[in-house]
Design a protein around this ligand. Structure first.
Ligand SMILES: Cc1cc2nc3c(=O)[nH]c(=O)nc-3n(C[C@H](O)[C@H](O)[C@H](O)COP(=O)(O)OP(=O)(O)OC[C@H]3O[C@@H](n4cnc5c(N)ncnc54)[C@H](O)[C@@H]3O)c2cc1C
Length: 500
C-alpha cells in the first residue's frame, strides 16, 4: 500500500504514551508533518507509571528536556535501582542496581571471577562491586562527572503528562479535547480515516497512533488485531495504588516487597510516597489485598486506594493498516522492573526510524511488528525470572510460581546460568548480563560451575583485585552527598516537604 502518504498524524490519547509520542514526533519531524492529539478529560489517564529506567535520560535528551526543570515539574527523585525484599525467601534482600558489576574481560563477565573468589571463601556480596548499588545502599547521589552514576527517575505520572503537554503545545502540537465516540474506516481498505467525537467533530488523519491505554480503542476495538495472553507466566492481574505522606528522606531506589500473593511497591517522590499493591485475584480477594495494603502504609494516606485491573500480554500486532499502538494499548508486562515507559520510548524511536512518509509498506510494518514483539518478549522473560526463581512455598501463589512452566527462551537462560554461569545479551535486548546476574544470584540461583578465568590468577592476586575494586567504589561513594540533600540543591519542587 504505497499510495497513502502521511502528512498528518493523529494521536488518540493523552497519557504518558500520547504526550511522549507527540513530543518526539514534533521535535524530530515537526517540519514535515502535522500532529494533532485527542484526549478526553472525562476519561483521564491510568495515573500510575512512576518508576523508570536509565534509558529515559537519553530519550529526554532527544526531546531537548532540561533535567532540573523536568524534575521540579514532576516532583521527581533519582533512581539507582530496585531493592527486592522477600523474593528468594521471606526475609531476603537484594538490589538490582543500574550499574556495571566490577570489570568484565573479553573472555567473560566479572561474576566469573567473583564466583571463584566465593568458592575460596572471600569476595563478599556481588553488589559490593557495583557503584550504583553502594550509593543506593548509602542513599547517596549526585549527577557528577566523577563518579558517573547510571540513573533513572521516579516521577509523578499525572504531572509528567501535564509537563509533556506544555512542552508539546509550545512546539505547535494541537490538542483536541473530547470523547472519541467512533473510529471511522475507509470501505475499500479498512484504513482509519477519522475519529468522530461526541460533539460531532471529526478528526481526520493519515496515520493514527493508538495511545488510549488498556481500552485500545483503535487497535483492538476497531481493528481487532487480537491479544496474546501471558497470564500463565505473569499471574498478577490487579493493583491498588495509593499516595501517602513521606516518613523518611527519599531513597534513590524503588522498593519491591514480595507478599503472599504478589508484591508491593514504594516509589519515593519529593513530596509524597507512591505505594502500590500488585496481586493475583485468583489467590487474594480485593478486600484482603486492600486490608493488607493499608496495614503496610507507613505515612498518612493522601486518599483511598484505587484499584486497577490489567492483563499481562501483548497485542498481536503493534502496527496494523495505518494505526500504531503505543503504551498500554500495545500490551503490558507488570511493573516489577519499571519497563513500560521505556517500551513506549523505544516504540517511538522505532517509529521515527521507520516513519512511513511515502506510504505504508508491508515490509515496514513487518519490521516494526517483529521488533516490538522481540523486545516485549525479552522484557517478559526477565520479569518472569523473578517469580520462577523463588524458593518460597509459603502460599499457593508462590508455589504456583515456583513450579510453573516458563517460556523456552527463559528456561534455556536459567539452565545456562545454573550449569555454567553464562549470561548473554541478544540483539534488541534491554537487560544487560549484569542485570541477569544480579537477579539470578539475588534469587539464590548459584551456578554449579563457572568459567576458569578466575583460576588464571593466584588467590592473592584475585583478593587484591577485588579489594581494589571495592575500595575504589567506597571512596567514590564517600564523596557523594546524600540523595535528599542533592535534590534540595539541584531540583527542589516548590511544594517539597523537607524531611530531615
Ligand atoms: C499498576 C501499574 C503500575 C505501573 N507502574 C509503572 C512503572 O512504575 N513504570 C513504568 O514505566 N510503567 C508503569 N506502568 C505502566 C504505565 O502506567 C503506562 O505505560 C503509562 O502510564 C502509559 O499509559 P498510556 O498513556 O498508554 O495510557 P493512559 O494513561 O491510560 O492514557 C490513555 C489516554 O487515552 C485517552 N482515552 C481513552 N479512551 C478515550 C476516548 N474514548 N476518547 C478520548 N480519549 C480517550 C484517555 O483520556 C487518556 O488520555 C504501570 C501500569 C500499571 C497498570
Amino acid at each position: 500500500m504505497k499510495n497513502h502518504t502521511v502528512k498528518k498524524v493523529v494521536i488518540a490519547g493523552g497519557g504518558t504514551a500520547g504526550w511522549l509520542a507527540a513530543a518526539a514526533l514534533s521535535r524530530q519531524l515537526g517540519a514535515l508533518i502535522e500532529i494533532e492529539l485527542v484526549e478526553s478529560d472525562a476519561i483521564g489517564t491510568v495515573g500510575v507509571g512512576e518508576s523508570t529506567i536509565p534509558t529515559i535520560c537519553s530519550f529526554h535528551a532527544l526531546l531537548g528536556i532540561d533535567e532540573a526543570e523536568f524534575m521540579r515539574a514532576t516532583q521527581a527523585t533519582f533512581k539507582l535501582g530496585i531493592e527486592f525484599e522477600n523474593w528468594g525467601r521471606d526475609g531476603d534482600r537484594y538490589v538490582h542496581g543500574f550499574g556495571q558489576l566490577g570489570k568484565a574481560t573479553w573472555m567473560g563477565e566479572f561474576h566469573q571471577f567473583w564466583l571463584h573468589a566465593r568458592s575460596l571463601g572471600f569476595g563478599g556480596d556481588i553488589g559490593d562491586y557495583c557503584l550504583e548499588t553502594r550509593a543506593l545502599n548509602h542513599r547517596k547521589f549526585a549527577t557528577s562527572k566523577n563518579p558517573v552514576l547510571n540513573y533513572a527517575y521516579h516521577l509523578d505520572a499525572t504531572r509528567y503528562a501535564q509537563f509533556l503537554r506544555r512542552h508539546c503545545e509550545a512546539r505547535g502540537v494541537s490538542r483536541t479535547e473530547g470523547n472519541i465516540r467512533e473510529v471511522c474506516r475507509a470501505k475499500e481498505n479498512g484504513f482509519i480515516q477519522s475519529l468522530l467525537l461526541d460533539d460531532g467533530r471529526a478528526v481526520q488523519g493519515d496515520l493514527f497512533i493508538d495511545c488510549t491505554g488498556f481500552r485500545a480503542l483503535l487497535m483492538e476495538q476497531t481493528l481487532d488485531v487480537g491479544f496474546e495472553d501471558w497470564g500463565h507466566w505473569l499471574p498478577t492481574d490487579r493493583a491498588y495504588a495509593l499516595q501517602s505522606q513521606p516518613v523518611e528522606p527519599a531513597r534513590p531506589n524503588t522498593r519491591a516487597i514480595a507478599h503472599s500473593a504478589g508484591w508491593r511497591w514504594q516509589i519515593p517522590l519529593q513530596s509524597r510516597m507512591g505505594n502500590g499493591m500488585v496481586f493475583c485475584s485468583e489467590y487474594q480477594s480485593d478486600d484482603e489485598a486492600r486490608a493488607a495494603f493499608l496495614a503496610e502504609i507507613d505515612g498518612k494516606p493522601l486518599f483511598d486506594p484505587r484499584l486497577i485491573r490489567y492483563r499481562a500480554g501483548r497485542r498481536k500486532k503493534a502496527w496494523e493498516k495505518n494505526c500504531i499502538a503505543l503504551g498500554l494499548s500495545s500490551g503490558f508486562v507488570e511493573p516489577l522492573e519499571s519497563t513500560s515507559i521505556h517500551l513506549i520510548m523505544i516504540g517511538i524511536t522505532r517509529l521515527l526510524q521507520l516513519f512511513p512518509f511515502d506510504g505504508i509498506a508491508p515490509s515496514l510494518q513487518d519490521r516494526f511488528n517483529q521488533q516490538s514483539r522481540d523486545e516485549l518478549e525479552k522484557v517478559r522473560d526477565f520479569v518472569v525470572l523473578h517469580y520462577k526463581l523463588t524458593e518460597r512455598e509459603d502460599s499457593a501463589f508462590w508455589r504456583y510460581c515456583k513450579h510453573m512452566s516458563v517460556p523456552d527462551s527463559l528456561a534455556e537462560r536459567i539452565q545456562l546460568f545454573r550449569e555454567s554461569a553464562q549470561v548473554h545479551r541478544n540483539a534488541d535486548e534491554l537487560f544487560r548480563p549484569d542485570s541477569w546476574v544480579q537477579v539470578m544470584l539475588g534469587q539464590r540461583l548459584y551456578p554449579q560451575s563457572y568459567h576458569p578465568m578466575g583460576r588464571l590468577m593466584s588467590e592473592d592476586q584475585l583478593r587484591q583485585a577485588l579489594d581494589g575494586l571495592k575500595s575504589n567504589i567506597h571512596r567514590a561513594v564517600d564523596k557523594l552527598p546524600a540523595h535528599q540533600v542533592f535534590i534540595e540543591r539541584y531540583c527542589a519542587a516548590a511544594s517539597t516537604a523537607v524531611i530531615t
